[in-house]
Every structure is written in structure tokens, then in C-alpha cells.
Design a protein around this ligand. Structure first.
Ligand code: 26W
Length: 817
């Protein structure tokens, strides 16, 4: 099945591509042009497999999952595609022969950053696993012209720079205009009685349209010849062709539709866990959802299915509430276009849609004002109203006379359309993303829904793909693992537990630590090039990389660094193992406290890194523009994984799993998937601290938390807090960090201060950090601990997660080529 790699042919193709694309010979081409040429050469093989896969799918007609997501954080494609084609080493060698370095070529590729953080990267890992496991699936999303902004740090502050990722063209995508769909906005609904069917017809009039044009991106299964599709929709104006027909002469409308099309896919909203109710965002949601639902139905019908049995061949997984309008759009098409009755349509819809919740943060919940929703989507709104009317009837039947239940559970209430309620009412499955998170959903956040329909609720603990985050990102360790236990771990990560046999082996420990050291050298070089800072690869690399958010508590980390610095200055004679604290994080552009925290990290870094008196014992580095491509290198080089969110707030986390897979023990709270990581690796191989989620929830419910007590009673805390406002880190500007100070400490005991319990957890965090240092001093102990983290990471592959989704939710058929 798999064709043997033909080196000569590949080299010839690369040369040919450079010629046809750029009218150049190889030696005249830039590295970027060579990247394009190499990618097109790889695409050649991919297209063959893609054709063959889709042919098989047509023949076998398996059930398809449509993974609907506003975000797909794919990162770079070339290296990963070569890995999954099992041609990485061959291509590397071929390129070397003509004097080219694959690493340099890979570095030319911009990240496909069509996502913010965890939710978007999870979607990308899921696609990789779906293809590798052999399931017919589509990722459905938006082809944003501008992805996640690029972050520059100027004078310690974050500056957002537009991410023009398509500037040089995307060699892997395929434009498919023959599958374009029309999506309608606005206007009003005209009701017409049809004497033939004796039923009303609902016709949208005076609307504006855009043409949704799909771009297909190949998703390559590992070593199995399967190529699935990520379908991202671009928007084009329809008016070009409509002007010639019934819209003739409506010039203003044509121009408006041009603008609508231009705006709709322009940019990814760079806000993570924060809902802002922007009209354009709702347009984006309906745009890609409507096009995707239309495409799914078209495919189903082309395979000769009876629309009343749509759910037997298709399922929609809603990645958070962002695509939830799919519920109403499917109803609309089934009723208005396919002629089904309400009950028939509802049966299909509720057997098709399933919803994943990714956060309990209240500010992330999507609620659309009725006015906006009904103006933009008049027919869809009618349908949501009817869904709500019937749902409220159900609530009434179940809880007679209980107005409180209606207030808390209705889909439309207080002038708003609540998307989570719609997703739960219409979905056949509601899942959380880690065991603790799902329990919190069932017992707190979604308690009423759980009580009413417990059968819908289930947990699917997140996972990550070991192909990208070990095989590609950490080639040295990947090779070492394979040498010791064979290569089955690449497609069956449970096999990595075989490494446990080597945990006490001195030679294995040394080799393992040596690989970590080399990865640290690689990162140190990157830091030198990008930050101009010298860091010692022999120091402990303590890493926190993730979106900047108060609940993730980067502030706790940097306050502790300030405390360590105080301690070193006070006790220069004290033994202290050299430490490098590494941060990487983007802040939402309008999130002031998050941006202040970045500034604080950078000013603290400036002071500490330039203080010769501490003899380089402590370094602080803020890595600019944290993203998938540099993440791969950062995980590989980490000694310590900072997972320090306020317990109960981090739904799962997935970075925690990437660190573990790369041999960095967790320093963390009992939050999200950390709980399960500790279960797998054992408490003795992690550093756990802080309030439990029950304690946090109890404080939140009943009050009684007083951050001022900590300020009063703990000198170390008082000292670092005073340093926020005494100019120590701000060139004597006592106002620069005043907001941060105030956020932790109102002058009275106040429920509004320190909402994320930083002061409550400070001491136990500092103690856990001491234990890290102690453990690291004992080289054999540390090596064993780090190796056991790798060995116990088997559960956290997205292959396991996807298999659970398949078995318990989607019920897909497995396809083999
Ligand atoms: C409407 C604005 C908005 C944007 C993004 C609200 C919420 C989001 C996401 C749900 C935020 C997110 O990425 N959540 C993360 O999802 C990961 C994958 O399940 C989890 O591992 C993280 O814990 C969770 O924060």
C-alpha cells in the first residue's frame, strides 16, 4: 500500500517546483521558496493518499464526525506531515544531499494559528488522532485571513502585530469552489400558506448573502495512508453573479455584501475565556456552521441516505458553545428545505448534536441579546424560540410550579439567548474535559441540567498527540524511547509504560538526563538569539507557558520569583540550586491586568538578570510570541511543569500533559487533569500544593477568605507585595503595578480581593518549590522521577480520548485502507 520513498524522484520534484513556482534554480531560491517547493513535493504523495482515502470512504459509507470548532490551532504542517507519512528521515537525508537543512526549511513556515489556546490546540490533536485511528471525520472551521496575533515585547509591554499567515500562500490547502454554499443574514421571515401541503412556508426575504467557499487542508494519519480533511471556509461576495440575475441594479446591496464577505473571515477573536457579545463573532459562527451543515447534508444525500436517518451517518461535535447555532440551523434545513415536521426534525437533531464544555469561567459563557440574534438570524431565532417554548414546557412538567428552575434553565431568558442551555437541551451528549471538571459541571455549574437529564452527562479527559509533541518536537528522546522499548508507542502510547523497567537503571538515567540537557542547550540558544539573555543549561528550567489569565496565576509564579530573589540577596551564602524561570504567554489585547502581569515579569527579569551580585543563580526569561512551533521545543527542554491554576478553574489543561510526556514533573494544584496526572504517576513524582477545589468552591459560596490576613501575618508575602508599589521593579514608578497590588489586596477584608487565592496558596507554593530544588539536587532521584513521568503518560494521548468519544458518543465505524 505505502509506496517506497524515491529519493531521486523527490529531489527532482523539489527542483522542478522551484522552477515552475519561481523561475529559479535551486541555488538561486530563498529558503522560503524552498519550503514551498518541498511542501508541494510532499503534497504530491498526500494528494494520492487523499484521493484513495476519500474513494474508500465513498465505498464503505462510514458514519462521519463533523468536529465543529471556531478554532484549530494547527501550528506548522510540513514537519508533521512528513512525520505522519513516515518520510521525515528520508526527506531530511534527500535534502542534505542537495545541501539543504530540513530544520531551516521547516522554520520558514508560519504557524497556522487559527486558535487561541487549549480549545483550539485540542481540536488539532483530535484531527491527528482521528486520521491515525482511521475514522472518517471533518474538522469544520473558518479560514481566518489573520490568525492569533504575533506578540512583540517592547519595553516590557506586549504589542500585538497582525499575523498575515497567508502572505506567501499556503502550499497544503486546496480551494474547492465547486462545493461553495450560500449563507444568508438578516432580512425578515415571510410566511406563506401552501394550499397543497396545507402548511405554512417560511421564506427569508431582503437578506444579505455571502458565498462560503471551502478550503481543504489534508490531515494525515500516521503510517496508515489515510488522509482526512480540515475544511475551513472562506467568504466571498455573491453579488458578482447575483447582480446579473434577480438583484440586478441594487448597487448598494452589492457593496454591502462585498463588505460582509470581507469582514466575516478577516480575523480570529483573540479573546480566550472571555465573551464579548460582538455581532461579527455571531456572524462568524453562523457563517461556518451553516456552510458546514449544508455540506454535511449534501454529502449524506449524495450517498443516497434517507434524511430521517441522517444521524446514522453523521454526528456534529460542538467544540464549546461557539458552534451551537448548528442545532437551530439543522432544524431549519430539515423543516424548511427537507420538508420534515417539527418532531421528525427534532429527533434527527437531538441524535446528531453533542456538546463539549471547556470552561466553568462565568465570563466565558456565550449569551446573545435577543435583539441582535433575531435581527441577524430571523428564521433561526424563530426556531430557537420554539425549541425554548417546548423545553420550558418540559421543565414545567418535571418541576410543576417551580419558576426558579425556568429562570435558571430556559434557553431564552432576561432578553438573552443562552447558548450553553441550547446545546444541552438539544444535544445527546454533554461532556467535560477532565474527571474533576465533569464532576464540577454535574454538581455545581450545570447541576440543574444534570438532575433533569443525567444520562447526557459524561467525561472525556483530554489528550495530546505524541506524534507532534514527542516524535516531532523531541527527536532525541523519541529515538531513545524507541531504542529501549520499540516504536509501538507512536500509535499506542500505553506501551510507553515499558520505560518503567529502566527507571532505576543508572545508564538509562544518564542517557535520559543527557538528552534533557541537549534539549536545554537548544532552548538556551533560542533564548540567546531572541532575548539576548544567557541562561545556563545546567540550571533548573522551570517553565510556565500558556495563555495569560488571572486564574492561571502567572502572578503567583512571578511573586515567588521576587521572593526567591529577596532570599538570595539576604543570604548570599545560602546554598541555592541555580534556576531559570521561563514564561511564555499571550494576553488578550484588552485584558489590562494580564498585560500588566507581562510587564511585571519583564521588569523583574530585567532587574534580576542584570544583578551581577547573585552570580547568575537566578534568571528570568519571557519568551516572546509563545505558539505551537516554539512550544514543541520548550516542552522538550523543561525540567519543571508549572500548572498552578486556582483549583476548580482549569477545566483540564493540555500543556500539563505535553510536559509530562517530555519528562517534566508537575508542580501544580489539584486542578483539571493534574488530578489524573498525579493518579497515574504517583504523588511522590509530582509536587502538589494549594487549596483543593472543594476549599475554593466553599470560600466562593460562603465567603470567609481574607487575603489581608496573609499580608498581616506573613513577612515574605508583605515584602513582595510592597515591592509592587514601592518602585523596586518600576524605576521608582509606584503606580505601574498598583492595579495588581489592589487586585490582591483591598484595604478591608473584601470578597473582591484576590479572587484567585494567590495569597492563600503562596506559602504552600514556596514550600513545594523548595521540594523541587531538593529533589533536583539528587540526580538519580530526579532522573527516575522524570522518566516515570514519561512512562506514566500513556493515558494522556488524544488517541485514547478519541477512542472514548468514538465508543461512547459518536459510534463511528473504523475504516481501513
Ligand atoms: C467566547 C470567548 C471564549 C473563547 C474561548 C470562551 C471560551 C473559550 C475557550 C473555551 C477557552 C479554552 O480554550 N478552554 C480550555 O480548553 C482546553 C481544552 O479542553 C482545556 O484544557 C483548558 O483547561 C480550558 O481552559
Amino acid at each position: 500500500m505505502k509506496k517506497k520513498f524515491d529519493k531521486k524522484k523527490f529531489i527532482a520534484e523539489v527542483k522542478d517546483n522551484v522552477k515552475t513556482l519561481y523561475r529559479k534554480n535551486l541555488d538561486e531560491a530563498t529558503q522560503e521558496q524552498i519550503f514551498q517547493a518541498v511542501s508541494y513535493a510532499a503534497k504530491d504523495t498526500i494528494i494520492d493518499n487523499w484521493l484513495e482515502t476519500q474513494e474508500q470512504y465513498e465505498k464503505q459509507n462510514p458514519k462521519i464526525v463533523y468536529y465543529m470548532s471556531m478554532e484549530f490551532l494547527m501550528g506548522r504542517a510540513l514537519g508533521n506531515n512528513l512525520i505522519n507519512l513516515c518520510e521525515y528521515d528520508e526527506v531530511k537525508e534527500a535534502l542534505e544531499e542537495i545541501g539543504l537543512d530540513l530544520n531551516v526549511i521547516e522554520d520558514q513556515e508560519p504557524d497556522a494559528a487559527l486558535g487561541n489556546g487549549g480549545l483550539g490546540r485540542l481540536a488539532a490533536c483530535f484531527l491527528d488522532s482521528l486520521a491515525t485511528l482511521g475514522y472518517d471525520s471533518y474538522g469544520c472551521g473558518i479560514r481566518y485571513r489573520y490568525g492569533m496575533f504575533k506578540q512583540k515585547i517592547e519595553n516590557g509591554y506586549q504589542i500585538e502585530v497582525p499575523d498575515n499567515w497567508l502572505k506567501n500562500g499556503n502550499p497544503f490547502e486546496l480551494r474547492r469552489p465547486e462545493y461553495a454554499k450560500e449563507v444568508k443574514f438578516g432580512g425578515h421571515v415571510h410566511v406563506e400558506y401552501d394550499p397543497k401541503t396545507k402548511e405554512n412556508k417560511f421564506i427569508q426575504r431582503d437578506y444579505q448573502s455571502v458565498r462560503a467557499v471551502p478550503y481543504d487542508i489534508p490531515i494525515i494519519g500516521y503510517g496508515n495512508g489515510i488522509v482526512n480533511t480540515l475544511r475551513v471556509w472562506d467568504a466571498e461576495a455573491v453579488s458578482d453573479f447575483q447582480l446579473d440575475s434577480f438583484n440586478k441594479g441594487d448597487y448598494m446591496k452589492a457593496v454591502e455584501e462585498q463588505n460582509l464577505a470581507r469582514n466575516i473571515v478577516e480575523v480570529l477573536y483573540p479573546a480566550d475565556e472571555h465573551y464579548a457579545g460582538k455581532e461579527l463573532r455571531l456572524k462568524q459562527q453562523y457563517f461556518f456552521v451553516s456552510a458546514s451543515v449544508q455540506a454535511a447534508i449534501a454529502k449524506f444525500k449524495s450517498r443516497g441516505g434517507d434524511i430521517r436517518k441522517f444521524y446514522e451517518k453523521a454526528t456534529f461535535q460542538l467544540n464549546d458553545t461557539h458552534p451551537t447555532v448548528a442545532v437551530a440551523e439543522l432544524m431549519r434545513i430539515l423543516i424548511d428545505e427537507e420538508g420534515l415536521g417539527w418532531d421528525e426534525a427534532w429527533e434527527v437533531t437531538t441524535k446528531t448534536c453533542a456538546y463539549t464544555n471547556h470552561t466553568i469561567m462565568a465570563e466565558a459563557l456565550e449569551k446573545w441579546p435577543i435583539e441582535l440574534f433575531s435581527r441577524l438570524l430571523p428564521r433561526v431565532y424563530q426556531i430557537v424560540e420554539e425549541i425554548n417554548r417546548r423545553f420550558v414546557e418540559e421543565i414545567k412538567a418535571k418541576y410543576p410550579g417551580n419558576q426558579e428552575k425556568i429562570r435558571k434553565m430556559a434557553i431564552i431568558y432576561d432578553g438573552q439567548v443562552k447558548m450553553a442551555h441550547l446545546a444541552i437541551a438539544a444535544g445527546y451528549s454533554v461532556n467535560g474535559v477532565a474527571a474533576l471538571h465533569t464532576e464540577i459541571l454535574k454538581n455545581q455549574e450545570l447541576k440543574d441540567f444534570y438532575e433533569m437529564m443525567p444520562e447526557k452527562f459524561n467525561n472525556k479527559t483530554n489528550g495530546i498527540t505524541q506524534r507532534r509533541f514527542l516524535l516531532h518536537g523531541n527527536p532525541l528522546l523519541a529515538k531513545w524511547v524507541t531504542e529501549h522499548i520499540g516504536d509501538e508507542w507512536v500509535t499506542d502510547l500505553s506501551k510507553i509504560s515499558k520505560l518503567k523497567l529502566f527507571a532505576d537503571d543508572k545508564k538509562a538515567q544518564q542517557e535520559f538526563m543527557n538528552i534533557k540537557y541537549q534539549n536545554k542547550v537548544r532552548l538556551a540558544k533560542y533564548i540567546k538569539e531572541h532575548n539576548g539573555i544567557d541562561v545556563d543549561p545546567r540550571s533548573i528550567f522551570d517553565v510556565q507557558v500558556k495563555r495569560l489569565h488571572e486564574y492561571k496565576r502567572q502572578l503567583l509564579n512571578i511573586l515567588h520569583v521576587m521572593h526567591l530573589y529577596n532570599t538570595i540577596k539576604d543570604h548570599p551564602e545560602m546554598k541555592f540550586y541555580p534556576r531559570t524561570f521561563i514564561f511564555g504567554a499571550k494576553a488578550a489585547a484588552g485584558y489590562r491586568r494580564a498585560k500588566q502581569t507581562i510587564k511585571l515579569i519583564n521588569t523583574v527579569a530585567d532587574v534580576i538578570n542584570n544583578d551581577a551580585s547573585i552570580g547568575g543563580k537566578l534568571k528570568v526569561v519571557f519568551i516572546e510570541d509563545y505558539r505551537v512551533s516554539n512550544a514543541e521545543m520548550i516542552f522538550a527542554a523543561a525540567d519543571v511543569s508549572e500548572q498552578i491554576s486556582t483549583a476548580s478553574k482549569e477545566a483540564s489543561g493540555t500543556g500539563n500533559m505535553k510536559f509530562m510526556l517530555n519528562g517534566a514533573p508537575t508542580l501544580g494544584t489539584m486542578d483539571g487533569a493534574n488530578v489524573e496526572i498525579v493518579q497515574e504517576v504517583g504523588e511522590e513524582n509530582a509536587f502538589i500544593f494549594g487549596l483543593s477545589s472543594d476549599e475554593v468552591i466553599n470560600y466562593e459560596k460562603n465567603g470567609g477568605y481574607c487575603p489581608m490576613d496573609y499580608f498581616n501575618n506573613d513577612q515574605d508575602i508583605r515584602r513582595v507585595l510592597m515591592q509592587l508599589i514601592n518602585g523596586e521593579y518600576s524605576g521608582n514608578d509606584s503606580e505601574m503595578f498598583r492595579d495588581l497590588y489592589n487586585s490582591l489586596l483591598n484595604t478591608q477584608c473584601s470578597d473582591k480581593a484576590d479572587t484567585y487565592f494567590i495569597l492563600a496558596d503562596f506559602k504552600s507554593y514556596a514550600e513545594a518549590q523548595k521540594k523541587v530544588e531538593e529533589a533536583y539536587r539528587d540526580e538519580a532521584r530526579w532522573a527516575k522521577m522524570a522518566m516515570l513521568n514519561v512512562a506514566c503518560s500513556g493515558k494522556f494521548t488524544s488517541d485514547r480520548t478519541i477512542q472514548e468519544y468514538v465508543d461512547e458518543i459518536w459510534k463511528l465505524d473504523k475504516v481501513t485502507l
